[in-house]
Design a protein around this ligand. Structure first.
Ligand code: C2E
Ligand code: CA
Ligand code: CA
Length: 265
């Protein structure tokens, strides 16, 4: 893992994010490690290790810089100029004192519009040191960067903490989406999360959307953005680009409209 960055073993995959009109709003970047002997290693296996060892710092920096360089390329294409790219940031990375400066440097160096960058945080990260987290988030928000609360509903965050966070979006965890059409408890939880996001005026997106029944339920209850295998798996850049232009891939099942709001910031 130590050599993964220098030896070009890391790669970003892109998973499309869709709105209720089935227009593309952007993508989430998901990290992959091509291990020379073990093949593809899941981030679920190596991110915790990278956090423990501190290697998440150089790796996270590489992810952020690579994502922003890609964002800059999309900004130059007029059908993609309002896309947002979501980047996962883990606790150790977010909490390092130089994090804000590093992100600012990358934003400046790549010359992206910062409001096209969305940072995904988890509830446990936020709760670790809420005052410091809010301060860091505010500094980044002042740059124009947006925040999404990942895996929402699985953590311990209280509503009083939640309303203090400068969030733009809640992301409904895939564990609730999975049984949405059969489990009354999951239905109730999803309805509650959607109504909470509306009250707090946060955007809402559901992850792990695999079937059209799930998408339909979410749509009918006011969830306006979706991400999941129904639309596409996370793909390497070349395949992601091919998906957007291909006639044969799953996205073709849906009429891809222009996103409702062109500018998100
Ligand atoms: P996450 O941020 O919750 O990402 C969503 C995970 O769900 C991804 O797993 C994605 O491939 C998977 N997924 C997407 N759509 C579906 C679906 O329809 N059904 C199902 N069953 N799964 C779906 P992945 O790529 O293995 O990533 C796992 C976790 O690793 C991520 O969870 C995130 O916490 C972490 N991770 C990935 N990339 C990065 C990164 O660049 N930095 C950091 N700090 N963490 C990352
Ligand atoms: Ca995520
Ligand atoms: Ca998630």
């Amino acid at each position: 893992l130590h050599d993964a960055v220098s030896q070009n073993q890391l790669e970003l995959y892109y998973q499309v994010q869709i709105d209720q009109h089935l227009g593309i709003r952007g993508a989430e970047v998901l990290l992959r490690w091509h291990h020379p002997e073990r093949g593809m290693v899941s981030p679920l296996d190596f991110i915790p290790l990278a956090e423990e060892s501190g290697l998440i710092i150089p790796i996270g920096r590489w992810v952020m810089a690579t994502a922003c360089r890609q964002l800059k390329k999309w900004e130059a294409i007029n059908t993609r100029e309002s896309w947002q790219l979501a980047v996962n940031v883990s606790a150790r990375q977010f909490q390092q004192p130089s994090f804000v400066d590093e992100v600012r440097d990358i934003v400046t160096a790549t010359a992206i519009n910062p409001c096209h960058l969305k940072i995904e945080l988890t509830e446990s990260l936020v709760l670790d040191d809420i005052e410091r987290t809010i301060h860091t988030m505010q500094q980044l928000k002042q740059l124009g960067i947006h925040f999404s609360m990942d895996d929402f509903g699985t953590g311990q965050s209280s509503l009083s903490n939640l309303k203090r966070l400068p969030l733009a979006q809640l992301k409904i965890d895939q564990s609730f989406v999975r049984d949405i059409t059969t489990d009354p408890d999951d239905m109730a939880i999803i309805k509650a999360i959607i109504s909470l996001s509306q009250s707090l005026r946060y955007d809402i997106i559901a992850e792990g959307v695999e079937t059209d029944e799930q998408r339909q339920f979410l749509y009918e209850h006011g969830c306006s953005q979706y991400q999941g295998y129904l639309f596409s798996r996370p793909l390497p850049l070349e395949e992601f680009e091919a998906l957007l232009t291909s006639d044969t891939l799953p996205l073709k099942l849906f009429p891809i409209a222009e996103a409702e709001t062109k500018e998100t910031c």
